[in-house]
Design a protein around this ligand. Sequence first.
Ligand code: NDP
Length: 808
Amino acid sequence: MSMSVMDIFETMAYGPAPESTSTALAWIEERQPFGLFINNQWVKPASGQYLESINPATGKPLAQVASANSADVDTAVAAARKAFGSWSKLPGHARARYLYAIARQVQKHARLLAVLESLDNGKPIRETRDLDIPLVARHFYYHAGWAQLMASELSGYEPVGVVGQIIPWNFPLLMLAWKIAPALAMGNTVVLKPARYTSLTALKFAEIMQEIGLPPGVVNIVTGEASQVGEVLVRHPDVNKIAFTGSTDVGRSIRRATAGSGKKLSLELGGKSPFVVFDDADLDSVVEGVVDAIWFNQGQVCCAGSRLLVQETIEQPLIHKLRTRMEKLRLGDPLDKAVDMGAIVSPTQLQEIQRLVAQGVAEGAEMWQPSWACPTEGSFYPPTLFTNVSPATSIAQVEIFGPVLVTMTFRTPEEAVLLANNTRYGLAASVWSDNINLALDVAPRIKAGSVWVNCTNMFDASSGFGGYRESGFGREGGKEGLYEYVRPTWKNETTKHSKKFHIAIQSTETAEDNETAFHNGTIESLPSIDRTPKLFIGGKQVRPDSGYSRDVFNVKGRVVGEVGEGNRKDIRNAVEAAHAAKGWSTGTTHNRAQILYYIAENLASREAEFAHRIVQQTGRIYSDAFEEVQATLSRLFSYAAWADKFEGVVHRPPLRGVVLAMHEPMGVVGIACPDDYPLLALVSLAAPAIAMGNTVVVVPSQQSPLSATDCYQVFETSDVPAGVVNIVTGERDSLSLVLAEHDDVDAMWYFGSAEGSKRVEFASAGNMKRTWVSNGHDRDWLNVPQSEGREFLREATQVKNIWVPYGE
Ligand code: NDP
């Protein structure tokens, strides 16, 4: 029955507006079965096997895609390694030209890419056309700029090498762009594994690279299964970095698999992001916001606003408005330009959503879905709203990764913040209020990498994206994202600085000479042996829980003192004290600077004593030890200076508004110090951490801990608030492990053996804390470029991007 214009006017129904698929289907038909893209050539998989890619909207096969195995991964990594030599040496301008050419070519093929993405993933063409593909192009343009500027803006850094990149199915081409653009800009080469369900746009992208003449081997695309490709790439000895986006569980297994390998790692994982609505928000905008937050891409978005937190007084009207809106959402053929929601990526994902929703119902929450029915062919799931949800239930805690929204209420802003942070994740948050003061007060208190004020799901290449807590670490986009793909150049130079030490015993100036010098004049100023075996926790000197002390020996094997033998319990107490001192992070940066200067002042007044202590423990000559103390004072001044100068930036993405990129402290940082430079290394690590607003639990040099215990008094007289610095002496590696395993420690820095580094990285996977380990390599702590400055400050902070749009 055909409709008259009058009928349409009456019903106000949209007619179908299908996008043609003929070009895309012909493109697939001409090429399949698809090969692997290695060295700019299409090669058959070693296994001779292919996987079927299914159209989620119909459940019918779409294409045959190569199923690679470890032999193919080896070939691809070898190709990338070979290409790295020349690609990394190209001038930045040359790489910028290639990235620019890719951006142009993506725009020229935008429609084909959009249609392929819709067919393969099931997401609405409106989204692929208006969001995914334009953002892909923007990402390459933006990073063409960084390639151009690398030499000047990242001087002192070089590419990491061959990068293994593993991406999910929810934004297939966009995630590829987020990975490949910064990697190439910084001079790396790439082996990329697309998700098993969605390889097609990556294969079209491979053609684009051929078209623009990207040198062979710079980017290799290896399709296949996780066990055959992903895991192999993660463990491959010739891969220098892994960049992964996907589930937290897989992220955790990758953290463990790469522990101790020296591979750089960035992880963008799951979320359960809060969408916080205060009673003065504009409810009609809120409703449209919710639609974008949780029904965008069928809710298969890592940063989906899946927890609606509403101020109690407006719950009823908001839920009413939402249900009315949900009745009007259009779900169906993703290629229909008038459709709001498409298909779920696969039957497996669909079943998982069904299972979690059933669990929510069983847990007693109230479930509501619109009255209209879903298509029966393909994998579809309707928008779903849960009310009467209690915060501890699984639907309130588990990432559902589907179009399912759970609602909870709060009364005060404090309650809103508590509820928002009541999750293991920390990827994103939205805050809705017409009171800008309230919104900007709440935004920094929510633990999340992106906070959207009166908007949601905004992305731009200029503004880094990534998580806090179990949502992973590292950023994609912004300048901060570049550091995931570079390393300091000095790491290439061998630093056997221990040779530089002037060990009294080995030089003409013997330890005995040294001691004689003291006896001849300054015997009174020699520090008396401190026999008080205590720890420094919560601003107090406390006895170790074990009740044991350990001897401190000098190089001749003579006992020069004792320190407390810290254990698991002491570390736990120290972490608790560090948490209780959180007010440190919200105090002024000016105040932090003042206290760092004050520490320097009080240390300076005892400089000879500290130098003697170093001599006593290490057997180095006095002038060497004195130099270490002077360097320590300088370092304290540096971080006092940095305390109010390592500032964020204001981004101007293409929208009316600004993005405030703020450097936030990590929280509680565990620090295990190296043995060399017992005073300088301790200060080099603890000072940047506290300057940035963290509180720290420090395990000082195991061999020479007296330089640390001598600092207790300095801290006490320098107004360092109780709990900001905690020091637990004892066995470095076992104490480090307790810190690395601790769920309330937010970052762990370890400077010790390769084996210890591995154990720390492995143990950190529990709460996915960020780690910074030395892998057994020494740093020259006297050398300023190696041991002071921005690298330390970046490790001490994480970037939060707060999006603030303008206008009514
Ligand atoms: P996964 O984390 O399993 O997959 C992401 C990517 O990693 C895919 O390319 C996958 O390959 C690959 N992979 C899987 N296991 C390993 C491994 N052990 N080593 C190396 N690579 C591996 O996500 P799923 O696709 O299975 O989705 C499951 C859940 O993950 C979703 O329900 C959702 O909760 C979450 N998720 C989160 C995303 C995010 O952006 N944060 C994105 C996608 C999913 P293959 O495709 O071949 O399995």
